[in-house]
Design a protein around this ligand. Structure first.
Ligand code: SF4
Length: 337
């Protein structure tokens, strides 16, 4: 069995604004094994992107700050790492791609100058060697006529090609972990499928671990082995993709799965979970999903659920419905009186 390359333990990241502390990520624990693809899923405002920025050491400070916990990369705690050390790790060991390639690429410079710069920052090599490596990596991500395309500016490429260039930049230094934050959101479905296929191929060929952040469980089903579901800054369910799709335990996960359109079913309206994610820190007691949960009962409003183990190894869920049936039944009896 492969070892975790990243272990996140009790991570807390907050933003400090005039109204006080906003806990965006609230004591989360998870790991990414070498060479695996882990999905992190949830709606906007659940803390997925802040988690990835925390790992990269890119939380804007101020107003953001990691206030607790550890991020272990091959045993080294990145929370205590200096900015100089983080600059070595970013790109070399952990790389990131963002959802909108047009805003991540500089429109004033050719692909060649942006890609060779990234390579030369992390490797001692001549301009010629960096350009040869750049062409090689553009070919690796499936871009046609790489020798000519490298001299183009970002606006001369399509959205899918620009995202491939971003992936090439991230992969240029052969990182051990690639964090992809909604990498296909801005792309149409055909290009989305190609980019997901490419990421899976890179994972298989180069053994790069991938942390894929998405709001789309359909994407997770396609490429990930395990999934972590986040809600309002907390992990609410975690486990193997096939286990969670077959038998989702948390009502939020079940709602997300129900929201994925099924081409075989004819529906008037697509399902959506009613209500919105609460503002970080606004739910002081009880389950953070209670406002939107059709199964909420008295205990859900007065106690905060832990992440409980289920009877399937590695499957954890934060919901009182799965603590132990007898205990839950008696609670329901009190509620229904
Ligand atoms: Fe719903 Fe209660 Fe479970 Fe929260 S703990 S998800 S409110 S049943």
């Amino acid at each position: 069995m492969s070892e975790p390359v990243i272990k996140v333990k009790g991570l807390q990241t907050s933003f400090f604004i005039d109204d006080g502390e906003i806990p965006a990520v609230d004591s989360i624990d998870f790991y990414i094994n070498e060479g695996e693809i882990l999905g992190i899923v949830g709606e906007s405002g659940c803390g997925k992107s802040v988690t990835s920025l925390s790992i990269m050491g890119l939380v804007p400070n101020p107003p953001g700050k990691i206030t607790g916990g550890e991020i272990l990369f091959n045993g080294e705690n990145l929370v205590n790492a200096s900015e100089r050390r983080m600059r070595q790790i970013r790109g070399n060991d952990i790389a990131m791609i963002f959802q909108e390639p047009m805003t991540s690429l500089n429109p004033l410079f050719t692909i060649s100058s942006q890609l060779t710069e990234a390579i030369r920052i992390h490797n001692k090599c001549s301009k010629k060697q960096a350009k040869d490596r750049a062409v090689e990596i553009l070919k690796l991500v499936g871009l046609p006529r790489a020798e000519e395309l490298i001299n183009d500016y970002p606006h001369q490429l399509s959205g899918g090609m620009r995202q491939r260039v971003m992936i090439a930049m991230a992969m240029a230094c052969d990182p051990k972990v690639l964090i992809a934050d909604e990498p296909t959101t801005a792309l149409d479905v055909t290009i989305q499928a190609q980019i997901l296929k490419l990421m899976k191929k890179l994972n298989q060929d180069l053994n790069t671990a991938i942390m894929l952040i998405t709001h789309d469980l359909g994407v997770v089903a396609e490429v990930c082995e395990r999934v972590v579901v986040m809600y309002a800054g907390k992990i609410v369910e975690e486990g193997e993709v096939r286990t969670i799709f077959k038998d989702p335990k948390h009502p939020y996960t079940a709602g997300l799965i129900k929201s994925v359109p099924d081409m075989r079913e004819k529906k008037e309206r697509l399902y959506s979970i009613p209500g919105n994610v609460p503002k970080p820190g606004s739910v002081k007691t009880g389950c953070r999903f209670a406002e939107r949960c059709e199964y909420a009962f008295e205990r859900c409003w007065t106690e905060t659920p832990e992440l409980y183990e289920t009877d399937v190894e590695g499957h954890r869920v934060r919901c009182f419905l799965h603590v132990g049936e007898e205990e839950v039944q008696s609670d329901r009896a009190i509620t229904t009186g």
